[in-house]
Ligand binder design. Structure first.
Ligand code: FES
Length: 157
């Protein structure tokens, strides 16, 4: 077995060399918030954070993640308290079917860490690696801007 650190905890996955990180997270660990769609790194639905960087987990082998900190959507809330980004997506209705939402929320976390006070145009560019088939982009932009606001309030509280 291979040990990874996922959502702050050490976990064991199969040590098969051919498994992607997305498959290991979903099948070995039951973290089905990792959504796999195109499986070619194009749509961003399988985005997770690896050492705080957004990665398309369908393109990364699980074995490459050894020793790295991985965060999935399941690791964002603090118990019953949603992360401010999750709260913002709900408040601004930044989704329709919700398929793309976990990947978008993780991309938002990395994006706001780099640019905590973005403009709407910067959000559009920053989120361009995550495709929303429902076309909820105007609401997604609002949600990311709201997340920036909520995180700023949290930081200054
Ligand atoms: Fe349906 Fe984005 S909300 S794919």
């Amino acid at each position: 077995m291979t040990v990874l650190k996922v959502n702050g905890r050490p976990v064991e996955i199969s040590n098969r060399g051919d498994r992607t990180l997305a498959t290991a997270l979903r099948e070995d660990l039951g973290l089905i918030g990792v959504r796999v769609s195109c499986a070619e790194g194009e749509c961003g639905s399988c985005t997770v954070l690896v050492d705080n960087k957004p990665m398309t987990s369908c393109l990364m082998l699980a074995q490459q993640a050894k020793g790295k900190e991985i965060v999935t959507i399941e690791g964002m809330a603090n118990g019953d308290d949603l992360h401010p980004i999750q709260q913002a997506f709900i408040e601004e209705q930044g989704f329709q079917c919700g398929f793309c939402t976990p990947g978008l929320i993780l991309s938002t976390k990395a994006f706001l860490a780099e640019n905590p006070n973005p403009t709407a145009d910067e959000v559009s560019v920053g989120m361009s690696g995550n495709i929303c088939r429902c076309g909820a982009y105007p609401y997604i932009v609002k949600a990311v801007l709201k997340a920036a606001e909520l995180m700023d309030e949290t930081a200054t509280a």
